[in-house]
Write a protein that binds this ligand. Sequence first.
Ligand code: PMP
Length: 404
Amino acid sequence: TREDILYFGAGPARLPTSVLTAASTSILNHNSTGLGLTEHSHRSTLSSEILTGASNALRQLLSVPDDYSIIFMQGGGTTQFSSVVYNLLGYWVQRELEKAEDLEAVRGKLRGAKIDYLVTGTWSQKASEEASRLVGEEMVNVAADAKAVGGGKYGKIPEESAWVLTEKEKSIFTYYCDNETVDGVEFPNFPMALGDGAERLVVCDMSSNILSRKVDVRKYALIFAGAQKNVGTTGLTLVILRNDILTRQPTLKTLRSLGLPIQPIMMDYKTIAKNGSLYNTLPIFDVWVAGEVMKELVTAGGIETQEAVSGRKSDKLYATLEASPKLFQIVPMQGSRSRMNICVRILGEGLEKEFAALAEAQGMTGLKGHRSVGGIRVSNYNSISEAAVDKLVMFIEAFAVAHS
Ligand code: PMP
């Protein structure tokens, strides 16, 4: 049964049983309407209340300021890798055009303008590659390359003093991934080098750590997250963005005359926001699940509680692994270690397989590392209880004793 399994997979992740129990009723007969929620119109009053409820819960949890919009999209985090490039480049062009009122001046300014990427793991690498594909390598600056300081591997966020950021006037936006799910690397806090959000537009992928700690939304131009780890089901993506990104966008004519790409309509934040996330058929069931999860988080004490619990759980796991350094080699360096995805190698022929198999026999599953890096990965999202972590900790301790 569900109670027999403690699932530590990296995503899609476990969801609270309470929400899934309610969801199983909702999908058959939502609120006694005689229809399942996937059958209801996305334009009904019922759906609009669900959207408002989810949006309000997210606004409350992250204290999203009034001059920021929340939109719900599809296509996962990967679609956002593309959307942010089109939309933020558009914003930059329009802002420059307002300053110069002359297309030729903007054309000149575009030469040498760059998008800065802090590449600290697999996902930020992918995002930077997508930007190169869309606007050309010459517009992409890898301002920090974690592989270069990690002997060809991800595991350390380069020191800020070593970052090579584009000068402010030429910087279109700066992109980073707050938590690298595959590599177990997380920014300990907002990077000092990026200032306070006023000078540089900062875009952040929080797909795997959103709602696990406080965030000063004001420092960001845009935050996005696929829902399927800390918030809900696959199929929903959350985007929080500053309202001026919606209003300051160039005309198609401007983009064409500058030779810049035009985004597919489904990636156009302005269009999605103007239509209250309902430009096309949004999966309202997924919005409902996310809303229920977020309302539970609010009731449980809000973001402060999640931050405290996440910290306690990951501290315990790291301390247990650190206690047996001959057996467990934590992959990322201290200071770059993720609270959400704990990546470790087990030293000794066949021991990782044995670890995963023994854990599975005790109902602890999803512990295998990402196929690209191997090892063991414990994913510690909001829905993982402290009791589940305690059980895993005891298992790790027993494994260490058996192999000492
Ligand atoms: N960013 C991060 C940090 C992720 O962990 C993932 C997926 N694991 C993605 C982006 C890609 O998300 P999706 O599969 O929803 O496109």
